[in-house]
Design a protein around this ligand. Structure first.
Ligand code: MN
Length: 760
């Protein structure tokens, strides 16, 4: 027998005794940081009796002793006696004011798995109901022990199926997880992260789905602290500082709200509370605002005595202080699917503070805090609590229904994907024309629907009908909608803007994948054009095979890779040439010195002849280059700026960069173009283009430039918004007329929102 375990005979005997020696539970081995004092048998009974005068004390006592003896000398990672864990789990459930069976099952929840206790024995000692609960938890624990990412889906599924029988299994499981999260610091580093992730992915959303607000928030915060300790501590520190600073303010707002309502004949309990770090963090991420900009860090609850009083209180608050628009929500007339009911509003309250308000009755408040745990779990008129809850609780009815739908899905990964991301949000159920049910999170649109049907359907979706009527793909879906998605093989990839329209993880990931591939293809095409150009000009032979041999030198794995890298500007075309022909020499330009004339070759690639620019009154032996940010082309009025030791830089006279040289007249040179029309040359210019984000748009821009005999030297892209990308294109043109023609053609393209020449 393993040390620390007792025989079942001993346990039964102990359970019969029912009262433990006063200090039997306290271990001499105290943990670093654990509770100073373990809860005693008497404390637990007192806690239960406080909300349930009819509690079966004898049952509680027997369970306490049984579990304590069963776990014997076992210890937790913290060094605490193991028994402290089921005891704390039971205590958490007393906070939720749960029934005796739940508290007893919590005390016993680890006995079958970790001690000599058996289901049969627990049935004998505590009855079948409690036996079934403990067995449910044992199954879950066994699942957890083998749990790794691959198994997670299946575990979750079994978890849901187990709680479908008796939701109290879930309540105990959540309390169990909460206590494990509270004591996570004692767990080896390696498994902490996994536990925290699982908590954030599965248990916190489940708590939310069951309407258990406090449970959810604490689980989220504890996970957050583990997963991002730095962010957690920064937010906590600043919250503390703010709380300190506004200590009086909270009390003052409470008082003002209370007095004002009382004056109008409404008796209310007003409670101010600060939000949790995790909810502040997600808000900061969602709205991408800094901590300083988050004004509503405190929330106030107004608890009144009747439903009617909720609306009267709202009226009083709204006539006393200015209302912040867009923040009013009435979850009383339209409860959330987890049974949450409350009125939300935000006003500019006392002290010019934004005050977030929740107005509700005491009953609603209980549901808001405890969710499904607020329901009574006793048998009534032969009807089991599970049966009754189906009618009393939307959250539970929903859970049963969803479990039903999801237990039919065959692929565990698919199940997990749906479940993790979506099960715990409110859902809409829609149908394909053939009647297949597609469950989506609320606020999902047709794009999400299309990807839920199949990735290919999503990628090629071009239009849709909802209930037989044409509708935009961005239409939000409602329960019962029948959705027909029209597809087109002409659409190779979805518009990238869909990524922000879609709300399901599946659709977003698929869109990202598809657009990434499309963008990469565009860059590869662009890169190939740049490389072709260089090889043609340099009169060097290009062959794919030759490049293939040079791949290791470029540290790229394929020709496509090389071309895309050139297109993105990560490597230069001349690097490609050098990799293929080690003695290839890039001709330097803009550094030729010829007699008294400065000759200018515009590009970094060799030009056969160069353009002479007569320069009046200056040392003509200087190298010449063009304005680095925007260049200059014939037709521009230009000026030269001398930089000692470097040479002359040619700027268009309109260039803002010239401001810098305003008080240095000695550096200004009069220059003018002297272009030989018989031997046209190219000159650098830069365009800034606002491009609509969609696959193929870059190709269209590059196409216009190429068709018009422009030459692209470089492109950089910057996403300005979900809808637009800013392209900065360095190109070479013959003259201003040529450049203007290209700009006009670009402006004619639907994907181009704006074109500006950059005059650096
Ligand atoms: Mn446990």
């Amino acid at each position: 027998m393993a040390p620390g375990r007792r025989t079942s005979r001993q346990m039964q005997a102990a359970a019969d005794t029912a009262v433990a020696a006063p200090d039997a539970a306290a271990s001499p081995r105290r943990a670093r940081n654990s509770r100073a004092r373990m809860m005693r048998q008497y404390d637990l009974v007192e806690r239960v009796r406080a909300y349930n005068p009819n509690t079966n004390e004898d049952l509680l006592n027997r369970a306490y002793v049984y579990a304590m003896v069963a776990h014997g000398e076992q210890t937790r990672a913290s060094g605490d006696p193991y028994f402290s864990h089921p005891l704390e789990v039971a205590a958490i459930l007393t906070d939720l004011k749960l029934d005796d069976a739940t508290i007893v099952a919590a005390l016993l929840h680890d006995t079958i798995e970790d001690t000599e206790a058996t289901r049969t024995e627990i049935d004998q000692v505590f009855g079948h109901e409690i036996g079934a609960l403990v067995e449910g938890l044992t199954k879950l624990k066994r699942l957890e022990l083998v749990s790794r990412e691959a198994k997670q889906a299946e575990n979750l599924r079994k978890l849901l199926l187990a709680i479908a029988d008796d939701v109290r299994v879930l309540l105990i499981k959540l309390a169990d997880r909460l206590h494990n999260m509270r004591t996570l610091e004692f767990v080896p580093q390696a498994s902490r992260r996994r536990v925290a992730e699982e908590t954030l992915d599965i248990y916190a959303p489940l708590a939310a789905r069951m309407g258990m607000q406090d449970m959810r928030e604490e689980l989220e915060d504890l996970s957050f602290r583990e997963l991002d300790p730095e962010a957690h501590s920064v937010i906590t520190q600043r919250l503390d500082a703010l709380t300190e600073k506004s200590r009086n303010l909270i009390g003052e707002i409470e008082t003002q709200l209370f007095e004002n309502l009382k004056k109008h004949g409404i008796w209310a309990e007003v409670k101010g509370r600060r939000k949790r770090p995790f909810s502040i963090w997600t808000k900061m991420e969602r709205k991408s605002v800094g901590f300083e900009q988050l004004s509503d860090i405190f929330g106030f609850r107004i608890i009144v005595t009747s439903l009617e009083a909720c609306y009267r209180a709202l009226g009083i608050v709204h006539t006393t202080w200015p209302v912040v628009p867009g923040r009013f929500k009435d979850y009383i007339s339209t409860p959330k699917q987890n049974d949450y009911r409350s009125i939300h509003s935000t006003v500019i309250g006392p002290g010019n503070q934004r005050v977030e308000l929740q107005i509700r009755t005491a009953d609603m408040d209980r549901i808001a805090e405890f969710g499904i745990a607020a329901h009574a779990f006793y048998k009534e008129g032969g009807v089991s609590p599970t049966e009754r809850l189906k009618h009393e609780s939307n959250a539970f009815a929903w859970l049963r229904q969803t479990i039903g739908v999801l237990s039919e899905s065959s692929n565990p990964e698919e199940f997990l994907e749906h479940t993790k991301l979506e099960l715990f949000h409110d859902q809409v159920f829609c149908f394909t024309p053939k009647g297949k049910l597609i469950a989506l999170p609320r606020k999902a649109n047709v794009i999400d629907f299309a990807y839920a049907v199949h990735t290919d359907v999503g990628n090629s979706a071009v239009g849709c009908k909802i209930n037989g009527k044409f509708a935009p793909l961005s239409s939000e879906l409602e329960n019962g909608d029948e959705v027909e998605v029209m597809t087109s093989s002409a659409q190779v990839a979805p518009p990238s803007a869909w990524e922000t329209l879609a709300i399901t993880g599946k659709a977003r990931a698929a869109i990202r994948r598809a657009t990434r591939a499309a963008v990469r293809d565009q860059y590869a095409g662009l890169g190939r054009r740049i490389v072709d150009r260089l090889f043609t000009r340099a009169k060097v032979e290009y062959a794919d095979d030759k490049l293939k041999g040079a791949l290791p030198r470029l540290a790229r794995s394929s020709i496509e890779d090389v071309m895309a890298a050139v297109g993105r500007g990560e490597i230069k075309a001349s690097d490609v040439a050098r990799a293929m022909y080690p003695d290839y020499k890039e001709e330097r330009v803009g550094r030729k010195r010829i007699g008294s004339k400065v000759k200018v070759a515009p590009s970094d690639v060799a030009a056969k002849s160069s353009v002479a620019i007569p320069i009046s009154g200056a040392n003509s032996e200087l190298p010449v280059k063009f304005a680095p940010n925007g260049g200059a082309v014939p037709g521009d009025r230009i000026v030269g700026i001398v930089t000692p030791g470097e040479g002359i830089t040619i700027y268009p006279i309109t260039s803002p960069a010239l401001k810098e040289f305003e008080d240095m007249p000695e550096r200004w040179l009069d220059v003018r173009w002297d272009v030989d029309e018989a031997t046209p040359q190219r000159f650098p210019a830069r365009l800034m283009i606002q491009n609509v984000n969609e696959p193929g748009s870059l190709a269209q821009v590059a196409g216009v430039i190429a068709e018009n005999d422009g030459n692209i030297d470089n492109i950089s892209m910057r996403r300005r918004s979900p809808d637009f990308t800013e392209l900065t294109i360095d190109l070479e043109v013959y003259d201003l007329k040529h450049l203007s023609a290209i700009i006009a053609q670009l402006r004619a393209k639907a994907v181009v929102a704006q074109v500006e020449r950059v005059n650096g």
